[in-house]
Design a protein around this ligand. Structure first.
Ligand SMILES: Cc1ncc(COP(=O)(O)O)c(C=O)c1O
Length: 384
């Protein structure tokens, strides 16, 4: 078959998240957002952008990124786990998606064959390794979205790549310190040649209980990916990073990413500095207070409707189990409610490998009205 024939036979389906969001009626309310779009951005980010446009902001940086930002990331991570990171351990990327992509690509180039991802997961965890021809295996979660360590221990090989995501998209689950210790103890015995990629993009958005330390504090062979997209309400600036205690691995990741992006956008890296330096913490505290109030509001509605859910403590999602009301499949409901006049956008669980669930985003300034519509549509859907 020729290239053109293959192209003609190919399909490029939209991810379910995009598909549903695109259908939104003009009068609809979105509880489908994966960013704090409606939340105010800290002025220091705008100031850093404005100042640095004319101060080198339109030139290239090094392939691994702006040295000041790499150093700030290194200092931040040293506080998490006590390792003396330097800028040699840090690679700045175009958002966390680029960080995950390049890290998996690098490990694949080094011979990694399998990627273990949580049974309920952010979609690209599966898509990226499959694009590299790697095998993807899901590891089971318990009903409370903790990791089933017994089953994981049966699955894992010494040279696997394990993706970890806490706080989680889409479940909102934050793994506790005890759970992280138990996981690390299993991995210390089993994952002797592979790595954990710990996606900590929601790490600063923890609004109930103590924020556990980075997984690198528990397991040495951890590569942390993080960024400013979520906790700075700045997804469009596209700044993320990879940090690993293995500086040779950081070099390999830099080399792989240089072929893809050359360098991350310079002015945007300056804009990320106040976030990484902790100067926007008051603003983040404000986001967390609002997310917690929204979480409590949504939990109240779900409880009244007898819909089972696990209480989220971080990120900005809640992931109720809709089997009892909608059956094993929620996508048709989500498509329908998105396109209706005065409808509401929520995301079908199939986008995360769990088709009987729905993801509701707490990142909305219209949560009460959104949930009122959700309830109304659910009740009318049941009657139809
Ligand atoms: C768990 C998780 N990881 C990574 C990303 C991608 O982040 P970025 O926008 O920084 O590429 C997202 C975005 O939704 C996410 O939810």
């Amino acid at each position: 078959m020729s290239i053109d024939e293959r192209l003609a036979n190919s399909q490029f389906p939209l991810p379910a998240i995009r598909e549903v969001n695109l259908l939104k009626h003009a009068s609809g309310i979105s509880l489908g957002l994966g960013e704090l779009k409606d939340f105010p951005v800290d002025d220091q980010i705008f100031e850093a952008l404005a100042t640095n446009w004319k101060n080198g902001g339109t030139s290239y940086t090094q392939n691994a990124g702006l040295p000041q930002l790499r150093q700030a990331v290194a200092d931040l991570q040293s506080k998490e786990d006590g390792f003396a990171y330097t800028l040699e351990h840090v690679v700045i990327t175009i958002g966390v998606q680029n960080a995950i992509y390049t890290t998996i690509k690098t490990l694949c180039n080094l011979g990694a064959k399998r990627v273990l991802i949580p049974q309920i997961h952010f979609g690209i965890y599966k898509k990226i390794p499959l694009e590299f021809g790697m095998e993807v295996v899901t590891y089971p979660l318990n009903d409370d979205f903790s990791i089933d360590l017994g089953q994981l221990s049966q699955l894992i090989n010494a040279d696997d790549i394990l993706l970890l995501n806490s706080p989680s998209n889409p479940t909102g689950r934050v793994l506790t310190e005890t759970e992280l210790v138990d996981l690390a103890s299993l991995l210390n015995q089993t994952l002797t040649d592979g790595y954990v990629i710990s996606d900590e993009i929601y790490g600063r958005l923890v609004y109930d209980g103590i924020r556990p330390r980075s997984f690198s504090a528990f397991f040495k062979r951890t590569i942390v990916v993080d960024g400013i997209s979520k906790s700075a309400a700045a997804a469009g600036l596209r700044v993320g990073w990879v940090i690993t205690s293995n500086s040779v691995l950081a070099k390999a990741i830099t080399s792989a990413n240089a072929s893809i992006i050359s360098t991350p956008p310079t002015a945007n890296q300056f804009a990320a500095l106040p976030v990484v330096l902790g100067q926007t913490q008051n603003t983040i505290d404000g986001y967390n207070a609002l997310l917690k109030a929204n979480r409590d509001n949504v939990m109240g509605v779900l409880e009244r409707l007898n819909i089972p859910f696990v209480k989220p403590c971080g990120s900005f999602y809640i992931f109720p189990q809709m089997q009892g009301i909608l059956g094993g499949e929620t996508k048709s409901f989500c498509l329908d409610t998105a396109k209706r006049e005065n409808g509401v956008v929520v995301i079908p669980g199939v986008a995360f490998g769990a088709s009987s669930y729905i993801r509701i985003s707490l990142a909305s300034l219209h949560i009460e009205e959104g949930m009122r519509r959700f309830e109304q549509m659910l009740l009318s859907y049941k009657r139809e």
